[in-house]
Design a protein around this ligand. Sequence first.
Ligand SMILES: *[C@@H]1O[C@H](CO)[C@@H](O)[C@H](O)[C@H]1NC(C)=O
Ligand SMILES: *[C@@H]1O[C@H](CO)[C@@H](O)[C@H](O)[C@H]1NC(C)=O
Ligand SMILES: *[C@@H]1O[C@H](CO)[C@@H](O)[C@H](O)[C@H]1NC(C)=O
Ligand SMILES: *[C@@H]1O[C@H](CO)[C@@H](O)[C@H](O)[C@H]1NC(C)=O
Length: 416
Amino acid sequence: MVLRFNFYWICFAFSISVLFILAVTRYTDNTNNQSNPERPNKLKNMVAMEDEEQWNIPNDGLPNIDEILEETRANIALELSNYNFTNSTAENLQQLLIESGGQPLRSLVISTWRSGSTFLGDILNAMNGNFYHFEPFMNIKAYQIRGPPEAELAISTVKALFKCDFDTFLHGYLERYLRKQVTPWYQFKHNDRLWRHVKYDRDLFFDPSFFSSFCKLFPFQSMKLVRLRLRLVQDVLDDHDLNVKVVLLVRDPRAVIQSRQGTGVEFCKNTSPDCSQPELLCADMISDYIAAKKLQQQYPNRLMVLRMEDLSLEPKRTTLRLFKFLGLALTPEVEQFLETHTTLQAGGAYATFRVSRDVPFKWKNILHYDYVEEIQTACKQAMDLWGYRLADNATHMASKEFYPLDTFNHSTILRS
Ligand SMILES: *[C@@H]1O[C@H](CO)[C@@H](O)[C@H](O)[C@H]1NC(C)=O
Ligand SMILES: *[C@@H]1O[C@H](CO)[C@@H](O)[C@H](O)[C@H]1NC(C)=O
Ligand SMILES: *[C@@H]1O[C@H](CO)[C@@H](O)[C@H](O)[C@H]1NC(C)=O
Ligand SMILES: *[C@@H]1O[C@H](CO)[C@@H](O)[C@H](O)[C@H]1NC(C)=O
């Protein structure tokens, strides 16, 4: 016990000193740079000064970072004490922890708006010991990254976050926050394991070194992105240290378009072509298909494609397949999540309580056939590729004979 404690302590002390050295080198380099005038050690003060009222939370002294880290480390070890790491290509927990010099199991979900990725992300996050990098590009709103000039920064951000390096990311976040473009809870609340420590604590909220040390305690790291096309993920897969596994989640474009017209997704409406035009959605679906085929040949065990409808209709079976691919064991927590989230109904555009058998085909009862025809005209090729059947006319669409799904064997179609 004493030995083990010492070992943790040495690891911890070591990573802190490395971080400190990195931080010092990085920021002393920048001190004379006019375009980058805010030094990180001022971040907290700036937040405190500018937004005292918005936070509206008593500041009860300095948070004890060491305590939080120690407690989290112990919790993770306890929660995973019965976990069989053999299925996760490791002998023990330490081998999956960055703070112990290991590599976590990393998974990246690529999708687009309203395709079920919130639900899928929550399934992955139901795993004990998971650190959730939720939509780091949320700030670009209803815009798709398909190539230069944004791609380079986007990919380097993905890689940095997967390595638990939050310096650049939090800096950008703070700038947007000070320009009142984001609220602090905007995206981090999806990472409940982190959020519970930073939500009432402005001292921790913009502290990249806390984020980093905290993140390095977690053996599983998941990220989901709805604003980056699969083609660009090649660069992330090429980074062999990261060893990321990628899941492409697709959904019937008729259902996607219908869902984007609902309430709660105002950012997605007419002002944004990427979000409102079926032509662009379906061009992305074709591009993703081509990229999937190529990447699956190049990295046979690191890309999986999934249709939201398959997840909806057979949540348990599909999740089992997904977890096997990711090298994760289906733990009781995940099973419980599936049970409570696939049977009940609850409101709200982002509720994940609605994934059940009737969700995938709801669009049939809502969209007018004329509009469906318009979508199908724009999307015929994408629908053929991903196994979605066309409705021939209004009567056909409403009839029982019309079943929108074709069989789709993910591995064989993509390898043919
Ligand atoms: C200053 O910082 C900006 C952005 O951080 C960078 O693009 C630029 O090259 C830096 N300039 C110098 C002189 O270091
Ligand atoms: C863990 O799983 C592996 C592979 O399924 C199995 O061989 C091994 O016996 C398991 N270990 C324990 C402790 O259950
Ligand atoms: C672990 O892997 C083995 C072999 O692939 C499999 O039979 C077993 O069901 C897996 N265990 C869990 C808990 O997923
Ligand atoms: C509608 O489509 C169905 C199935 O293709 C076809 O049998 C039927 O004749 C069509 N009805 C009209 C009015 O075109």
